[in-house]
Design a protein around this ligand. Structure first.
Ligand code: MG
Ligand code: MG
Length: 248
């Protein structure tokens, strides 16, 4: 069942979303060659707690950290570690926070130093596909209009969307109905309504769409080990269209 939110609930989600957005801003400032993903995780947790919020991922199904840090061929759910970032890496940071009973969830992919033009294009296409998906989040549209817009943008650019992981409804729980695939036929799926809150999150691969999970049981990587990017926003569907909640 898709739970609809009222304006008061959206306001609370906006606070959670702002805290997450601030974490991602901090990441933009500190990511450079030599920084370890664990250091990034400490900074993220520190900011979330300073804001009176709770890191949403820590302890979620046993996940050990505040953010997911997924480097290069890692798609999602990378675990922060003593790994130091290198010039030419790309890193996706996924962050969630719980504030006043409501969740915010957002992800970005960032360059480390000087990156290849292929990786730069991958990141740009992934971010653009998120924008195109969000642009479909209007009442009266269908859920898979979002999915289709994302897929079209990615495949037009010769890249592929991950099938095994999807976006999701969000609110009092981090993962609510509906699931939001990043591929699908337009005009299908549930009709979108004012009050829905959706975490839209394309995961885009330079090569094939297939992924696998490493032995740590968390880190998802591309099967062909080519690079992957991930962008995500928590979006509210309001009367006058989509409103991004994970913004400062
Ligand atoms: Mg996320
Ligand atoms: Mg999410």
């Amino acid at each position: 069942m898709i739970e609809l939110k009222n304006m008061d609930q959206f306001d609370r989600m906006r606070t959670a979303g702002r805290i997450v957005a601030e974490v991602l801003e901090i990441m933009k400032e500190v990511i450079k060659p030599g920084v370890t993903t664990k250091e990034l995780d400490h900074l993220a947790e520190e900011h979330i707690r300073k804001c009176g919020a709770i890191p949403a991922f820590k302890g979620y199904n046993g996940f050990p950290a505040t953010i997911c840090t997924s480097v290069n061929e890692e798609v999602v759910h990378g675990i922060p570690s003593l790994r130091a970032l290198k010039n030419g890496d790309i890193i996706s940071i996924d962050c969630g926070a719980l504030f006043d009973g409501y969740y915010g969830d957002s992800a970005i992919t960032l360059p480390v130093g000087q990156i290849s033009s292929n990786d730069a294009k991958l990141m740009a296409v992934c971010e653009e596909s998120l924008k195109r998906g969000i642009a479909q989040a209007w009442k009266e549209n269908r859920l898979f209009d979002i999915s289709h817009a994302v897929q079209t943008c990615v495949e037009e650019n010769g890249m592929s969307v991950v099938r095994d992981y999807v976006g999701h409804g969000i609110g009092r729980k981090m993962h609510e109905d509906p699931q939001i695939p990043n591929f699908g036929k337009p005009g299908r799926g549930p009709r979108l309504e004012v009050g829905m809150a959706l975490a839209i999150e394309p995961m885009v691969n330079l090569g094939g769409y297939q992924v696998e999970t490493l032995e740590d049981k968390w880190t998802v990587v591309t099967k062909d080990r080519r690079a992957s990017a991930h962008f995500e926003h928590t979006v509210a569907i309001m009367e006058n269209g989509p409103v991004i909640l994970t913004r400062i």
